[in-house]
Design a binder for this molecule. Structure first.
Ligand SMILES: [Fe+2]
Ligand SMILES: [Fe+2]
Length: 271
């Protein structure tokens, strides 16, 4: 069960100041609690964007037609740019992102196509763990846009109000580009769902990807992301964002005749 955190007097004072509108600019000295949590979130985003770009990359050549090749190339370029924008913020905070990228195996993917690693991590980089799964079929690529780009888009919307100004300023164009990626997912998944020759395999792949994307929102057994909200780095809990995401996916799947598997957190904790 989650346990309440004990916060120091300085932390409580900081939470109050942030609640009353305090923000932090580039180059400003950051309170230790703030810096530590900000770095966590930035590394998680930067590494996810970078691993995402590399995972999508082979699909420039493997896309089903010339038009799709252009769209996939655009998406790869967007993700690479997102990684660069976030790593640049990290570098200015004294982190060494280039060395970090060389040190970690960003093209690593779990070998078993049907595996489920639950809430665990496969390596020591900071990517969200869905980026450890391989994209082996065109259906996977499109489902990734449909599911994960949508989940990320909702999570990044909170950063539009971030108390850390350099991050807030970088996020606007990123959110817009993510909207294009998920629109690509919606269009292609809908078309495949309506094609009797493709629907069964699409459903099979959706069954695999569904728990993986739901796990992105974390386990309710862990500590909550309360501290990120108190620091003005997020606005909503993971549970609240998950509800918005879930409703959008349920509505579309119902309309297109796809079935969402039952997701049970207990199964993921055992994985
Ligand atoms: Fe991205
Ligand atoms: Fe994306």
């Amino acid at each position: 069960m989650s346990t309440a955190r004990e916060y120091s007097k300085e932390d409580l004072k900081l939470f109050d100041e942030i609640k009353n509108g305090r923000t932090f600019k580039e180059g400003e000295e950051l309170p230790e609690t703030y810096r530590k949590n900000l770095l966590n979130l930035l590394w998680m985003q930067g590494d996810s964007e970078y691993a995402g770009a590399l995972g999508y990359m082979p699909w420039i050549a493997k896309a089903p037609n010339a038009h799709e090749r252009v769209l996939v190339a655009q998406i790869v370029k967007d993700e690479m740019r997102h990684a660069h924008a976030i790593y640049r913020i990290l570098d200015k905070l004294g982190q060494e992102t280039h060395e970090h990228c060389l040190k970690h195996e960003f093209d690593y993917r779990v070998p078993d196509d049907k595996s489920n690693i639950g809430f665990t991590r496969a390596k020591t980089d900071a990517r969200v763990n869905i980026f450890y799964y391989p994209i082996n079929y065109w259906e996977d690529f499109c489902l990734f846009n449909f599911l994960m780009d949508r989940a990320a888009g909702h999570q990044l919307e909170d950063t539009l109000h971030s108390s850390y100004i350099p991050w807030k300023e970088a996020i606007g164009p990123i959110v817009k580009e993510e909207a294009m990626h998920l629109a690509h997912g919606d269009k292609t998944v809908k078309e495949m769902a309506q094609n009797p020759e493709r629907k069964a395999f699409l459903q099979e792949r959706l069954n695999l990807w569904w728990p993986r994307v739901m796990n992105v929102f974390g386990s309710s057994k862990g500590l909550s992301n309360d501290i990120y909200i108190r620091l003005g780095l997020k606005k909503r809990t993971n549970g609240e964002i998950r509800e918005v995401f879930l409703k959008e996916i349920q509505d579309r799947c119902k309309e297109w005749g796809l079935v969402l598997p039952v997701y049970r957190e207990e199964d993921q904790l055992k994985a």
